[in-house]
Design a protein around this ligand. Structure first.
Ligand code: AMP
Length: 509
């Protein structure tokens, strides 16, 4: 790969069999370029390369065989990325474990993935600590060339590991670069935890294009005023944001009268866009040079699956749903209505095929078989049934909600069934249902509706919160707990969620 006038020419993901090989090619081509910036610490590609090699050697030195899962449980900081790359260089798959998760959830991820070793923060000069769990892990269940396993909420009460291979990620990166023309001039903001797949875009798209990313400190991710300063100071050109978080950022930018002249692209992803917020943004002139895209996709189809540029025309109309556009190159999309492709205008379930489709859920063959299917007797192509609803109009997809009770809070995926299963397992609770309610400004939050098992009063919020805090990450914790004598049922005996939602709204002052 040659350097042309300081710019790294776009490479083709098809040249590589693993993402780390692609990053290595960039390290070799542009060793002195900045790969990432963490506070005042700038890390060049050469340094990242060296540190990742050091991590790979440290793992090998512990006698851990390549090809299995390796956990990465580290604070957000430049070494975290060297660890992720180092795991790949070792020939293993990374499994991020979030330090904010309760111990039981971390333990589940460690045990379920069968990881052989955990990379953690270490003493200053070593930088990393290696906690060996099993030098010869039972990795038969992990397919060859797995890149990462991400744990996502599971309706049975336990998170499930989605297994993505290098081929999936290469296809995604390659397709995204061709579609959006990301390049070595781009400066990204690394906002999302590596436990969520938006981070795959924020970390690896810059690193395979010779661009750079700026590490957004943990406390700044929930401080829009500080975040907007970071965007200005670091001249961020590509910003990926979850729509609700984007609204807070827009509020902060408007309050301070800040402009973002360096911003080139805004990638909204993770949950339905808020048309009024995007309209406000487009009309504000805050970043008049920036295009705004709506990117839709589940972890199971590798980060983003469809894309749509958002313009005032698209958003001004009174159509139902939000436009999510058309497929990126690494997936194919079909919308099924009663097992057949939906006719234009009809709502159906989004099914995703192509190179982005995940291998499946780790250790869950039944669940995998239910979600990853073949269609119409074509046994070669595997499709992921997303559970998302859409209709096709004007040659593009419009998002229309879910077939089930999976919800999104600040872009984070929550199966209400997971919280319900844990609540129902509590001694004082006979049955429970969790619903999403909205505050006056439109922000969603969870309400746990609990039916006591006997005379006990269960909606003792502090006690229930303490019980759940040992099992659930903070983002899945209900904000309110209410006692109800019985769960409302529909005429055919199913839980009447609509009625329940009405019962818990509006939020009492
Ligand atoms: P995750 O696997 O955490 O990325 O969550 C994927 C789910 O988030 C999808 O199945 C959708 O329900 C939802 N989602 C992601 N992006 C969008 C979007 N742009 N518009 C609407 N829903 C989205």
């Amino acid at each position: 790969m040659d350097l042309a006038g300081g710019r790294i020419p776009p490479t083709n993901g098809a040249e590589f069999r693993r993402v780390d090989a692609w990053v290595s090619a960039v390290c070799a081509a542009a060793p002195d370029s900045i790969a990432l910036q963490d506070g005042n610490r700038r890390v060049t590609y050469a340094e990242l390369d060296r540190e990742a090699d050091r991590v790979a050697r440290m793992i090998s030195a512990r006698g851990v065989a390549p090809g299995g899962a390796i956990g990465v449980r580290m604070r957000r900081g430049w070494r975290l990325y060297a660890a992720l790359l180092g795991v790949w260089r070792h020939g293993s798959a990374y499994v991020p474990v979030d330090l904010s998760y309760p111990r039981a959830r971390q333990d589940h991820i460690v045990a379920d993935s069968g990881m052989g070793l955990l990379v953690e923060d270490g003493e200053e000069e070593a930088g990393f600590a290696m906690r060996v769990l099993d030098p010869r892990p039972e990795c038969a269940s992990l397919p060859q060339h797995t890149a990462y396993v991400l744990y996502t909420s599971g309706s049975t009460g336990r998170p499930k590991g989605v297994v993505l291979r290098h081929a999936n990620v290469l296809a995604f990166l390659d397709g995204a670069i061709r579609t959006f023309r990301f390049g070595s001039d781009d400066i990204w903001a690394q906002f999302t935890s590596p436990c969520f797949d938006i981070s795959v875009a924020e970390i690896w798209l810059p690193l395979v294009t010779g661009g750079r990313f700026v590490v957004v400190p943990e406390d700044v991710t929930s401080a829009p005023a500080a975040f907007q300063r970071l965007l200005v100071d670091r001249r961020v050109s590509v910003l990926s944001q979850v729509p609700t978080v984007f609204r807070y950022l827009l509020n902060a930018l408007e309050e301070e009268g800040t402009a973002l002249p360096f911003l080139r692209q805004v990638l909204l992803c993770g949950e339905p866009v808020e048309p009024h917020t995007v309209l406000r943004w487009l009309k504000s002139g805050i970043a008049s040079a920036a295009k705004v895209y709506n990117l839709y996709g589940p972890t199971e189809a590798t980060v983003y699956a469809t894309w749509q540029e958002l313009t005032e025309d698209d958003l001004d109309s009174a159509r139902s749903g939000t436009p999510i556009g058309r497929a990126l190159p690494h997936v194919t999309v079909t919308v099924l209505d009663g097992g057949r492709p939906a006719t234009p205008g009809r709502i159906g379930e989004i099914c995703l095929g192509g190179a982005g489709v995940a291998w499946g859920y780790l250790g869950l063959p039944d669940r995998t078989a239910r979600s990853f299917v073949t269609l119409d007797g074509d046994t070669k192509e595997r499709w992921y049934r997303t559970g998302d609803l859409a209709r096709i109009e004007q040659d593009r997809l419009w998002f229309e909600g879910r077939t089930d009770t999976q919800v999104k809070l600040r872009g984070l995926r929550i199966e209400l069934g997971e919280v319900e299963a844990l609540l129902s397992a509590h001694d004082n609770i006979r049955e429970a249902a969790v619903v999403m309610a909205r505050r006056a400004q439109g922000d969603p939050f969870l309400v746990a509706c609990c039916v006591p098992s006997s005379d006990s009063v269960v909606a003792d919020a502090p006690a229930l919160r303490a019980y759940l805090a040992e099992l659930l990450p903070p983002y899945m914790m209900p904000s309110r707990f209410v006692d109800i004598p019985a769960l409302p049922l529909t005429l055919n005996g199913k839980l009447d969620r609509k009625r329940l939602e009405e019962l818990v709204q509006p939020e009492p002052a």
